[in-house]
Design a binder for this molecule. Structure first.
Ligand code: AMP
Ligand code: MG
Length: 483
């Protein structure tokens, strides 16, 4: 096993038993490795090249654990669709923290590896389709330069699991800066033991925010830093039309990475109210609600930190409220700057906001593809170019070009900016479904091809046009939590 270069410890394992359950993955019958992310492995200084497929299958199913791993299931709680519940890793097991040569620490976690103390009525297992879907979308997010947990491997377990029908079981290896969530803080805060809260807090600062170790008010600083990171994250999601789908507080990380790829999907035609998740009947987690929900979740985080912000509770609430209220302005500014980048606008002009909003309104009214509109503006050939013959669009374009002339720079320069933020390809819903279907029938070629294309979504490449087509019935597309 040492050939692999695992460098394991598990600092979370060392915390007291309130934080986790010590548990091993439950072995599976007949594991078979089907995807291994060699690029991610080498960026973690891991080398699987000398290991046989049979051995790799054992490793990534948890049938054989690396030396030094002290596996655990983490305890956490969370607001699910606004309701507070006890949760925890019901089907995930953290096998340890791997430290790279450059001293970066990553959680290595198996998802779908059997029941834990937190499984409630679940079987602790995962189906192949949803694990492959998480692999595709998380790696696509990484390609898009958006902070995210990563996917290192998928194995089929050789066991079937029962959902509405019988499905092939699978285990995904997830890599993350950590799995500490807003919900982890909520769980500990609800226990009302200040020493435990202090332990989690110090652990978090040491692991993620050492820069505020010596500050005067670490708790307030942590809150402000997370507000900023989550704000950046949601702005990035909005940039590419990503809809997380289940922004419960347990699915918001303290590291600022996107986590939990369940019912998420990318928007095709622009509609701010887009919801794909079959269970989100009220549209709580719709595209346009994501910043509002991020602020709501951050408020839940702020509540957990109150005892650490100031001994005087009123003072603490006042400081936390002020921090939370800064979210909107921060978001608005970052969002507008992001949209300026998408349109190649340098500097800031009073007219920018209405220029952006008018384009979005046009896309909405005429049901135009969000991603492809920016491709068109960057002079790329796209399928539905006749959409852009529309008179309202042509008039808008004249205003845009006038505004571009105020950049005082060359088209090369603004096109370079646009090309750095506007993807040419995103994981289109119908294509994701297609490749998952094929993979379920043992044909892995299409998923591998898609993964390869999604690695560099900003790069101009031959043969990507079939991946750029707006999903034909996107407004009817439904996603599921994937349990
Ligand atoms: P999620 O919707 O993935 O955020 O999961 C919400 C909660 O349900 C978490 O505590 C999960 O660990 C748990 N859970 C999801 N699927 C299963 C399963 N198949 N068995 C046990 N627990 C599960
Ligand atoms: Mg979750």
């Amino acid at each position: 096993m040492n050939k692999i270069n695992w460098n394991f410890e598990n600092t979370y394992f060392n915390l007291s038993k309130s934080f986790k359950e010590d548990i091993k993955p439950i072995p599976v019958k007949n594991p078979e490795l089907i995807l291994l992310n060699n690029e991610l492995a080498s960026s973690l200084n891991l080398d699987f090249s000398k290991i046989s497929n049979k051995e790799l299958s054992k490793i990534f199913s948890g049938n054989s654990l690396p030396e030094g791993s002290n596996s655990i299931a983490q305890a956490y709680a969370g607001h699910q669709f606004g309701h507070f519940t006890m949760l925890g890793d019901g089907r995930a097991i953290l096998i340890g923290e791997h430290t790279t040569k450059s001293n970066k620490k990553f959680d290595i976690q198996f998802k779908g590896s059997g029941k834990t103390a937190f499984s409630r009525n679940g079987d602790g297992r995962a189906a192949l389709g949803p694990m492959l879907r998480e692999y595709i979308i998380s790696e696509a997010m990484n390609g898009l330069n958006i902070p995210t947990t990563r996917s290192l491997a998928v194995v089929k377990t050789g066991e079937n699991i029962q959902r509405e029908t019988s499905l092939q079981g699978a285990i995904l290896t997830r890599v993350a800066l950590s799995h500490i969530r807003v919900g982890t803080f909520q769980y500990i805060a609800a226990r009302q033991k200040e020493d435990e809260l202090k332990t989690l807090f110090n652990y978090t600062i040491n692991r993620h925010y050492p820069e505020i170790k010596n500050s005067n008010n670490q708790a307030l600083d942590l809150l402000n830093l997370l507000i900023d990171r989550q704000c950046n994250l949601v702005v990035n999601w909005m940039r590419v039309g990503f809809i997380h789908g289940v922004m419960n507080t347990d699915n918001m990380t303290i590291s600022g990475e996107t986590i939990d790829y369940g019912p998420c999907a990318f928007m095709d035609t622009y509609d701010p109210k887009t919801v794909f998740s079959s269970i989100d009947k009220m549209g709580r987690y719709a595209y346009c609600n994501q910043p509002i929900i991020a602020k709501w979740n951050l408020s839940r985080f702020a509540e957990c930190l109150i005892p650490l912000i100031d001994k005087d509770q009123n003072k603490a609430i006042e400081l936390a409220t002020e921090a939370i209220n800064s979210f909107e302005k921060n978001y608005q500014e970052k969002w507008l700057n992001m949209m300026r980048d998408k349109l190649g606008l340098f500097g800031s002009e009073d007219e920018d906001k209405s220029l952006v909003l008018d384009l979005l309104t046009w896309m909405h009214q005429k049901k135009i593809d969000y991603t492809n509109t920016f491709c068109y503006l960057m002079n790329f050939k796209i399928q539905n170019s006749k959409d852009f013959k529309d008179l309202d669009f042509q008039n808008w374009k004249i205003r845009w070009q006038k505004r571009l002339s105020k950049n005082n720079n060359t088209p090369e320069k603004y096109l370079k900016l646009m090309r750095s933020v506007n993807p040419l390809v995103i994981p289109r819903n119908h294509i994701v479904e297609e490749v998952l279907n094929e993979a379920n029938q043992d044909n892995l070629k299409p998923i591998k091809k898609l993964l390869n294309i999604l690695k560099s979504p900003y790069a101009e490449k031959k043969n990507i046009s079939e991946y750029q087509i707006s999903s034909p019935s996107s407004d009817k597309y439904q996603t599921f939590c994937g349990t």
